[in-house]
Design a protein around this ligand. Sequence first.
Ligand code: FRU
Length: 536
Amino acid sequence: MKKTYIVSLLFVILLGIHACKDKGKDVPVDDAEQATALVIEEELYRPNFHFTPMKGWMNDPNGMFYLDGYYHLYFQHYPNGNKWGPMHWGHAKSKDLIHWEEMPIALFPDDMGYIFSGSAIVDHENRSGFGAEGQVPIIAFFTYHNTDMQKEGKVDFQSQAIAYSLDEGSTWTKYEGNPVVKNPGIPDFRDPKVVWDKEGEQYIMSLAAGQKIRFYGSKNLKDWEFLSEFGEGIGNHDGVWECPDLFPIKVHGLDDEKYVLLVSINPGGYNGGSGTQYFVGDLKDGKFVLDPLLQGKIGNHHDYWVDFGKDNYAGVTWSNTETGDSEKLFIGWMSNWQYANEVPTEKWRSAMTVSRELKLISKNSDYRLSFAPTKALEGAKSKKIKKYGPMSISGPMELMDSEPIPLSSTSLSFTLMNAKSSSVSIKLKNEMDEALEFGFDHGDQTFYIDRTHSGKTNFSKDFATEPSIAPRISQLESLEVTALLDKTSIELFFDNGTTVMTEIFFPEQPYTELWFTSSGEKAQLYNIELSELKNY
Ligand code: FRU
């Protein structure tokens, strides 16, 4: 393993030097060093199966829709620098949610402001009237953020606007009647997400407004009227509410339909900084009402979070997918505002999570969301699948193989049969003794990710001060675990995704060793499977 790594490192250094030769003339040493550093960064940190922009800054996913075989993903983007700046909507499309093709920028800032987060829908019925002669218009909703007005001390510097595309999302025309929702005097007023409300026969726009969500209704997508607001005294209020997503979903296995409301909050996340909480209820006459089963349960410190790790923010769902009415497709931004601008990559900054299928589960007089990695990842598994076990472990044990599977493009899964009496911890290690650890503590039924010794951590004091912790929601005796490992990220789906944790890390060498340890009773591990995700 070590040899392979050194050989590939030498190879990328040579590539870097080669990249610096300008038609036979050597470029200055500094430039050569920088080019080499960029090539190493590309090799060491550019994810294998997660979306990253080719260059520049990225934050929230925006405007996702599916049409004619393509999933479209737009994103908050500053193409001219690797820190947050004047926001554009970048664009990428994919047939399978794994291989992304980056497209030209979709929306540029203009006189009315930067283009902040929002959503898109496919207007099949041409209710907007933007489609001519059988063309299906796609309508994008976004926030104009006007920095001049902000500097002048005005409060109404954010307003909602629309743009439409008649070529399946490639090019966009901004509506001349913008803004379509004016600012009512609320400084944080943004991130429109639009959904069709069958019963009310209207579109509903959810908007973050300070620490509440406001709902607006429209029949033609251009004229919007205020309907109601939600959030007073419910949920976490330690920060600003952002990026709401309201959608109907059938309860898994039942016929009942509920409305789920995702609300991102920054700060206030379960382990600090950014995080996304959720609410389950009903939509009645344009008003979102929390389900009686959840009344009183979702206070300031609650455990209704989309993800308990530090790196899944501003996530929302796709529109117009074919997932059926008891599943939605979700993607989030794999970073945290505490340190997003400082993470140690130069050419690009940040990645998205894998796309996830979201379900609503009703159990024990409660409603919970569960998330599973998109089924498309099954197709990405190479023929290299290793199965081990069953194993009974106590002290540290290395999982060795004569043909090891690299740990940077991998799915690891196993079942801990005795989760009531045994704890388990898994460590990924490299030869510099850098390690990423995660696991489960049976005593207090919690999960954790510990990246405090994972590699580069000191770029921010908030990145790795202590391990992140998550509560176990399930009460089953057996615990199923799936971990998706890329070069710089881990996504953990516990108990079939009832508790999820996502975090990023930056080792100085790839991790090559995989260790299991247990405490309490011996851990009974079944169905251990390690597969290489090869199809990138
Ligand atoms: C969330 C957010 C949004 C805003 C965007 C700006 O991460 O703050 O509320 O629209 O980022 O880039």
